[in-house]
Design a protein around this ligand. Structure first.
Ligand SMILES: Cc1ncc(COP(=O)(O)O)c(C=O)c1O
Length: 391
């Protein structure tokens, strides 16, 4: 199908909830994707931090292929080994408790909310202003952004917002709180890291009120920030984390991973999903984890992230650079980040994303090589310079 026909078919048949960029992605390999005319683009976004090992990583492809030939689905009415092995692996690599699977980030958040409410029945769920936790009703109720919530009011009761300050958390979290859910780095609102000392204070406040502290690691997890999980450098151990995005190596999966305290909060019959933790996605996730949970790879994520942040900070028109590892946001003077992103796509053939009027986000593959990183810097610099010249 030609691109204009594809756009027309999309308009006619797909409910228009997405503002798509004008590119048809046809295939991908490593750090690159190709359009319908075989033009090659450098992907610094990874499908919003999903294909973090690059497109079609051979280990992930092989795992999917092998499992698809053996068993695609059996449901959770029965035992299947890949999902159980994945739960074992996730627990061992993080909080040592138990895991419940879903099929997306939002579903993992729903599971976290239910788990915390099961542990403290009727308890409130507190999240931070400017956080993003997903689009289903529970997750949306935890996402205190007027533009996202207002058209769908009323929200689920029992959700409260705190500002990202000790005073505000102290004020909002109390004995009535079931959980405080925090993204260690707020991704969708523009890559804003939450300071370690605030996380330490949040831990103390939650402990005092017997509230669960849950980290939303849907975007920060799976090596994105230079450790397997972002919490590992904060000095804080949460009661649970939620993960999704890169977990399945590109396939849809989400997971709530608890520590000991919440491991047995949800009871048989309390939660479920037909597809969750199925054998194909579980094998893909096991393969993705085996590649990602590697000191050499994670060391490179830190090194390359630093290199990228330093280079971007030197670019004219950049006012601030934030982030950790290869999760990077930068603010630009022009106030037209969406325009710059469009120009980058059309002129430099590089995939990046705007999280707001001033902020550009980069989520490059963790496997990006030195030459590709240099190319990334050149293309982003040219896109910025061209955009500045024409705005
Ligand atoms: C931190 C965070 N939480 C939750 C979600 C929702 O995940 P999903 O889109 O897979 O439902 C996202 C998605 O961007 C996210 O970044």
């Amino acid at each position: 199908m030609k691109f204009d026909q594809l756009q027309a078919a999309d308009d006619a048949n797909v409910i228009g909830t997405y503002a798509r960029l004008p590119l048809q992605v046809v295939r991908g390999a490593g750090s690159w994707v190709w359009d319908g005319d075989d033009n090659q683009y450098l992907d610094l976004l990874c499908g919003i931090s999903v294909t973090s090992l690059g497109h079609c990583h051979p280990h992930v492809v092989e795992a999917i292929r092998d499992q698809a030939r053996t068993l695609i689905h059996a449901s959770n009415l029965f035992y299947t080994e890949p999902g159980i092995r994945l739960a074992e692996r996730l627990s061992a690599s993080s909080l040592g408790g138990k895991v419940v699977f879903g099929n997306s980030g939002a579903e993992a958040i729903e599971a976290a909310i239910k788990c915390a409410r099961r542990a403290k029945q009727g308890g409130e769920i507190v999240t931070l202003e400017n956080g993003f936790h997903g689009r289903t009703y529970g997750a949306l109720s935890a996402t205190h952004q007027e533009s996202k919530q207002a058209p769908f009011a009323p929200m689920v009761p029992g959700f409260k917002a705190a500002a990202a300050s000790v005073e505000s958390i102290e004020q909002v979290v109390g004995p009535q709180t079931a959980a405080l859910i925090i993204e260690p780095i707020q991704g969708e609102s523009g890559v804003h890291p939450i300071a370690d000392d605030l996380l330490v204070a949040a831990r103390e406040i939650c402990d005092r009120h017997e509230a669960a502290l849950i980290f939303d690691e849907i975007q920060t997890g799976m090596g994105r920030t230079g450790t397997l999980w972002a919490y590992q450098t904060t000095g804080v151990t949460p009661d649970a984390i939620v993960t999704a995005k890169a977990l399945g190596g590109g396939l849809p999966i989400g997971a709530l991973i608890t520590g000991e305290r919440l491991a047995d909060s949800l009871q048989r019959g309390d939660h479920g999903s037909t597809f969750a933790g199925g054998p194909v996605v579980a094998q893909a996730a096991l393969a993705a984890l085996a590649v990602t949970d590697d000191q050499y790879l994670l060391g490179r994520v830190n090194m390359l992230g630093e290199r990228l942040r330093e280079a971007i900070l030197l670019l004219p028109g950049v006012t601030e650079v934030r982030g950790r590892g290869l999760m990077i946001g930068f603010d630009i003077e022009s106030g037209d980040a969406p325009g710059m992103v469009n120009a980058a796509l059309a002129q430099q053939r590089v995939l990046i994303n705007a999280t707001g009027p001033n902020t550009v986000r980069l989520l490059p593959p963790l496997t990006i090589d030195d030459d590709e990183l240099a190319e990334a810097i050149t293309r982003v610099a040219s896109a910025l310079a061209n955009h500045a010249a024409h705005s």
